[in-house]
Structures are given as C-alpha cells and as structure tokens.
Design a protein around this ligand. Structure first.
Ligand code: NAD
Length: 755
C-alpha cells in the first residue's frame, strides 16, 4: 500500500483514528460556504476545491494543523466525495491536483492506521487495496484530463495518486522526490502502484523503483517518463493549465488510457531475464529476511502479462499475503520509533525552548572530530575545527573537505561544493579562536584528565551561553563537568563511528546538565539529521552498555570450545549485522579490553574476565586496524577473513569444553539474552525514559535487525514467560543469566515492554 517513508525530511504529524470508523465528511459539505472566487471552502476540510479558470477544477491538499499531507481514510473519503461531485459536471475540461504545503505534495498513507490494522484478515486487506485502487482509478474515468502538479515529497500513496492521473508535472524544488518506499515497511504498493507505474515507465524501471523503495529526483522522474514536464515550483499551476488545454485539443490522454489498460509489451525472454536477475539481486540483498521486495517482483512480473484490471486483482491478492506479517509489524514499529523520536524534545513536559545554533566548534580533528565537523557543515552550520597537532589538523581538514565535497549525483568530488564548504570551515591550532562559539564539541583522545584540562581552560574564555559537549564514549559526564563553573551547560553528545553513516546520537545528561542544555543538544542533533536519545550518565551509557554483554559472552563461548566462525554465524543468522567476534576485530581488541575494564568496575557480578583479550593484545593481534585480531584480515578466503592461526593457538590454551553439546540455539540465547537482561536493568535504573529509546538506540547504534522491530519489541513477540524459560537452563552458567526482578514480574503478569 502507500506509505510515508521512514525518513521523509519533513515528517508528517500523524494523528489518525485507530480504526476505519470515520465520520462521513458529507456533513461538512452540506454546510460548506460557496465563495465566488475560491470555490468550496469546507471548514476543517483537507482538500480544497477551486477553479483557477472557469472550466478547470483544482483540488488542493492541505491538511489542517498538519505539517504534511497524509492519506488517512477520512482524507481518501473526502477525495472520493470531490470526485463524485466533479463527475456530475459537464462544464470542465480538466482537473489539477496539487498541495498547499510548502515542500510536500503527499507524504503517503497513514501509518498509524496501518499499525492499528495489523490484525485484519486477508479479505479485509484485499478490500482495502481494491478500494484505494478504484478511488485512484476514478481519476482517469471522466471524459476530462487530470494532471498532478507535484512540488516536494511525493511518496507512497501520494505517488499512487499521481499515477492515477493522466499526466504529472514535477517541480525543480530541491525537496521534490518521487518514490514508492512501501517495501521498507514490509509491504508493497497496493493502491495500483505496481500496475500503473510499470505501464508508465516500463517494467524494468518499475521493478527497480518498487523493490528498492528508493526515491528518484524530479529530473530522473522526467527521464523515466513518470513526469511529463518539469518546471520551477511557482510555475506548476500555469504549466498544468497549459497541459490541460493542449491535451483537450489532442485528446492524447484518451489513447494512453486505452493502451495502459492492456498487458505490457515485453518478450518472454526479456521477462525471464528480468525476473531471474532481479530475484537473484533481491535475495542477495535481503538474505530472505525481508519478503516484500520478492513479493513485489512476483506481482510486477505477473501483472505485466495480463490486462491492467487483472493486474490490479493480482496486486490486491498479493498484498493481502504480506500485510500484517511479523516483518511488516516489526518494520512499522521501526517507523513509529523514528516518528516518535522526531517529536521528542528530549525533556519532560513543555520544557525550555532549545537554542537555535548556527555554528559549531569541534576540538580534535581525528576520526570522530572530522566526521562531526563534516556533518555540521553539510547541514549548513559554520564550523571551526581545532587540533593541537598541526599535522592532525591538516589531515582532519582534508578529510572533512573530501566528505563534504562528495556529490552523490556524479559520485565524485564537486569543485563548487568544495569551494562553498571551504569558505564555511575554519581550521585552527589555537583554542583562543573558539571564544565566540555557540557550541563546542570535544573529540580528543579518551583521557579524562586531558579532557578536563581542555574544558577548564576554555570555560574562562567562552560566552556564558556556549554549550560544552564531549563525544566521549566511556567517561562519566558528571565527572568531566565536576570542576566547571557552569556544569549545567555541559552535556555528552555521543556520535557513532562512522558519523556519516550512523544515525544515532546519545545525548548524555550529567547530574547537573540543565533541561535547556539537553533540549538544545537534542534539537542540534536532529538538525544534523540524527536520531538523538537522551540517556542518563552511567557506564557505557546505553548502547555500549547493552552491546558489551553480547561481546563479553562470545569470549566465554570461545573458552567453551565453540568455533569463532560458528559464533558469528549464529549471530548473523539472528539478524545482527556482524557476529561478536568479528566485531571485536572491528572495534579493536585493545579498545574492547579497556571498555571491558570499565564494565567490570561497574558490574563485576556479571562481567566475565577473559584471558583471551590480553593474550591477543600481547601478541599484537589488535584487530582489523593491524591486519589481524581474532581473524586474519590480510589473507582472505572468498573475500572473507579466516581465523588467525596465532589467535587459534592462543584461544586453545584456555579452552575447557563443558560436557554437554552446545547447540546453535544455546549460542543464540547466550548472546542475545544478556543484552536483554541488561536492557531491563537500564530501564529499571531510568537510564532512558522509554523502552522505545532502547529499541531505537540498538537499531540505529549497532544495527539490531530492523525486521525484528527492536530488542524489546522482539522480546514482546517472544513473551516474557518464554524468555524466562529460555534463561532457566543457562542460570547454572552464572549470575549473568538470572532473570531480573522486572523480567520475572513481567513473566508472572504476562506483561510487555511496550504498553
Ligand atoms: P583520534 O585519535 O582519531 O583523534 C583525536 C584527536 O585529538 C587527534 O587528532 C589529536 O591530535 C587530537 N588532540 C589530542 N589532544 C588535543 C588537544 N589538547 N587539543 C586539541 N586536539 C587534541 O580519536 P577518535 O577516535 O576520533 O576519538 C575521539 C573521541 O571520540 C574519544 O573520546 C573517543 O572515545 C570518542 N569516540 C570514538 C569513537 C570511535 O569509534 N573512534 C566512537 C565514538 C566516540
């Protein structure tokens, strides 16, 4: 069906009724006032009818009090009523459909309505699909021509509506994008999208757009034949009127209607080739975990060989099979997590207004500092980059400029971008030049004393309003702020590596961090396109605290004699992007060892101290950065690193296998359940304010499988009772497997993490 992409730039404020028990909008139409110039202006209406010229109708989407146009059921009903009324008229030659929102045409269907419909049976899903298909089909059922005038985001149901029209004009606005991202929610377009797109842009292009869920630019939409014209946003309406006049003369749209009702002309050989290559590619990408793209492919191929009407039938039937499945529910949860995050100010209640920041200073031009500087520049902030070491500063500056001048369109460096951003970046070895900063983010080496010294020296010189932040991954924020004069303006802003790719940011509150500072850090991180979660100070904050038990248990499994490749394979099969042993190599064995010490100091009762890590460090097996750790990264087999022979020798010294056989199920439980138990402790301690922050944090911080909806969402699908049963046989291994009080209580009450 027709959705809002999880990451639309201007997110919709969705506030839909939980069921389809909508009120008939006709009441509003009865009391609508007639306005001589603008036409019907129904109070609270979402679509306004007007007549830019006597014989040309215009339906303008503008949902009251919402940032975006969303196709909820009542809005669709309203469209239906307009079409009923227009169908009765014989004095019009065309209809323009557009939006009054500044950079959104239609951002898709109402996901909350979807979420509330997860339990409906296949018959009901089929009917929902047929209803939407028919509604949009009516746009081509009148003698007159319809034109969609698209400015801004046009995705999901918005694109399906546009496909229902005879013609489409797109604006050149930078926010204009066209997409059918339904597969990202575990479904596919079910309001005619698969049928109408493939008949418009060709089967191959439709397969690509629908199975990837990726949007295209207006220029690409024009090239593909989705759009018939492209004009600046301000010229959309005149262009649409012109197009209606032309089409009314030539009547070309009528022959197109006839042609598009027939099967697609494609040879069997071509069809076979397309099917085989697309299905191989999809299987390689999804690894069988995301069924929607393959289901979409099947529908597209099947629908190409029959009439449009039969293809619509196929589309609706196929959709009914994937709507409401566990993967669909999990992906919808991920969408809802991100949507909730976008609305969360980071502090309780109304809270103070965040400060608007237009510039940022970054101290430390290493891996993280240069990534943070680039992220700021790309989002329009001016940046000062500081490093005490001139060579490191030069290296860092060049990294920043390389990143910001990369142009996705040409897949290479764009000189104009480089010049533009170079003018907004100031690199300096002198911290005195940071005195007028609005925010200072420190990203120097992980050393408490050094960081404290830097902040103490700076605080004297900075404006009292400047926010001070540290990107530390382990040091307590409260301790870092201990000697500051104004600790209330100090906060942790923990970016993840690589900053360019990782959407998560932990905003860590020290004991004295003020609400205003926390809210400003949250708004600032959102401005950089990140998902910030507010976390209270504590060892490992949230994400590393939960990741640690997963990695820690892997060392014990190795000591139990389980092969490292098998451990990683089980984790990957569960859906983790990487097994824990491979992750040790990526993070660095030394870094992991020091992080482990912090965790041991904090939680000695449940932290294992393995002799394997120090042995590897002693033998210079530090991980990927040194070419070898657990795995040897220099001698790969079929592109994959094999276990390092020396690492195997070192591990062998500490192996003492238990008498029982260790099954894959036990490995999975031993890796995932300690992470879950730690999450319950973090919740009990109030490290985060809501279980949803745990799920968002793990999905976007460590790549916890989105098709499971998040750690706690997954736990809810398993059920607390079952989880406690899974833990029982493991309890003998140590305290780390004892159910926490809150989990035990949840099992007793049949409770859930998500309320
Ligand atoms: P890095 O070693 O790559 O860079 C640190 C930079 O700080 C170096 O360029 C160094 O010259 C500079 N520096 C040292 N002392 C300085 C001073 N007095 N004034 C100015 N500059 C100084 O380190 P990194 O990996 O970028 O890590 C930086 C911080 O980010 C650490 O606190 C780390 O824990 C945290 N962090 C790292 C990662 C990661 O994966 N690397 C992830 C999240 C957070």
């Amino acid at each position: 069906m027709c959705v809002i992409i999880p990451f639309v730039r201007e997110h919709p404020h969705v506030n839909a009724p939980p069921t389809y028990g909508y009120l008939a909008k006709s009441v509003f139409w009865l009391i609508a006032a007639w306005d001589e110039t603008d036409g019907y202006m129904a109070p609270n209406s979402s679509i306004q009818l007007s007549f830019p010229e006597k014989d040309i109708a215009r339906l303008t989407f503008d949902l009251p009090d919402k940032g975006a146009n969303i196709l909820s059921h009542p809005v669709m009903e309203e469209l239906s009523e307009h079409l009923d009324a227009l169908a009765k008229r014989d004095d019009i030659v065309g209809l323009v459909i557009d939006s009054a929102k500044p950079a959104i045409f239609i951002a898709g269907a109402d996901i909350r309505e979807f979420a509330a419909s997860m339990e409906v049976d296949t018959k009901r899903t089929y009917e929902m699909s047929r209803w939407g298909q028919n509604l949009f089909g009516r746009l081509k059922s009148n003698p007159w021509v319809t034109v969609a005038a698209i400015n801004g985001t046009c995705v999901g149901g918005g694109t399906e509506l546009a496909l229902g029209c005879d013609r489409r004009i797109v604006s050149t606005h930078e926010k204009t994008e066209i997409g059918l991202p339904e597969v990202k929610l575990g479904i596919y377009p079910g309001w005619g999208g698969t049928v109408r797109l493939s008949r418009l842009v060709g089967l191959g292009n439709a397969v690509k757009m629908i199975t990837s869920g990726e949007s295209v630019t207006p220029a690409k939409a024009l090239e593909l034949g989705f759009a018939d014209d492209m004009v600046p946003a301000g010229e959309l309406l005149p262009a649409a009127i012109r197009m209606i006049r032309e089409e009314s003369e030539t009547l070309r749209y009528r022959s197109d209607r006839t042609e598009q009702a027939t099967p697609i002309s494609i040879s069997e050989t071509e069809l076979g080739f397309l099917g085989a290559t697309a299905s191989a590619y999809i299987q390689q990408q999804t690894k069988g975990r995301y069924p929607a793209p393959l289901a979409a492919l099947e529908t597209l191929l099947g629908g190409s060989m029959v009439s449009a009407e039969e293809a619509l039938e196929l589309e609706a039937n196929g959709l009914a099979n994937i709507f409401g499945t566990p993967v669909n529910a999990a992906l919808i949860n991920v969408f809802l997590l991100t949507d909730r995050n976008k609305k969360d100010s980071g502090v309780e209640g109304d809270g103070p207004q965040p400060k608007q920041l237009n510039s940022a200073s970054v101290i430390g031009a290493g891996i993280m500092g240069s990534g943070i500087a680039a992220a700021n520049l790309k989002r329009g902030l001016k940046v000062k980059l500081n490093d005490a070491n001139p060579e490191a500063l030069e290296r860092g500056t060049s990294h920043v400029l390389d990143e910001v001048s990369f142009d996705k369109e040409i897949r290479g460096k764009n000189v104009e971008r480089a010049i533009h951003f170079a003018g907004r970046l100031h690199s300096t070895t002198s911290s005195d030049e940071l005195v007028d900063s609005e925010i200072v983010i420190e990203a120097v080496v992980e050393n408490l004393e050094l960081k404290r010294k830097i902040f103490a020296a700076l605080e004297e010189k900075l404006l009292p309003s400047t926010i001070l932040a540290s990107n530390t991954s382990t040091l307590p924020i409260t301790k870092l702020a201990e000697n500051l004069k104004y600790p209330e303006r100090f906060v942790g802003i923990h970016f993840f590596n690589p900053v360019r790719k990782m959407k998560l940011v932990e905003v860590i509150r020290g004991e004295k961090t003020s609400d205003e500072t926390a809210a400003t850090a949250v708004a600032y991180a959102k401005g950089l396109g990140k998902f910030p979660i507010v976390v209270n100070d504590g060892p490992g904050f949230l994400v590393n605290r939960l990741l640690f038990p997963y990695m820690n248990e892997a060392t014990q499994l190795l000591q139990d004699g389980v092969d490292m490749k098998r451990i990683d394979k089980v984790a990957v099969k569960f859906g983790m992007p990487m097994g824990p042993v491979a992750l040790y190599d990526m993070v660095g064995i030394d870094t992991s060892f020091y992080a482990g010490r912090t965790m041991y100091d904090a939680f000695p009762d449940r932290t294992l101290v393995s002799p394997i890590l120090p042995a590897l460090i002693k033998n210079e097996r530090l991980g990927t950065k040194k070419g070898a750790g657990f795995y040897n990264h220099e001698k790969k087999k079929k592109g994959r690193p094999e276990p390092d022979p020396m690492a195997l020798e070192l591990i062998a010294k500490y192996v003492s296998p238990p008498e029982r056989e260790i099954t894959d199920e036990e490995i999975e439980h031993r890796l995932i359940l300690p992470m879950l138990l730690e999450a319950t402790r973090a919740l009990d301690e109030g490290v985060v304010r809501d279980p949803r922050d745990v799920d968002l944090g793990l999905i976007f911080g460590i790549g916890f499988p989105p098709f499971k909806g998040g750690l706690l969402f997954w736990a809810d699908t398993v059920g607390a009772k079952t989880l406690v049963e899974w833990l029982k046989p493991l309890e003998a291994l140590g305290k780390r497997f004892l159910p926490t009080e809150s989990l035990a209580e949840m099992a007793k009450q049949d409770g859930k993490f998500y309320t």
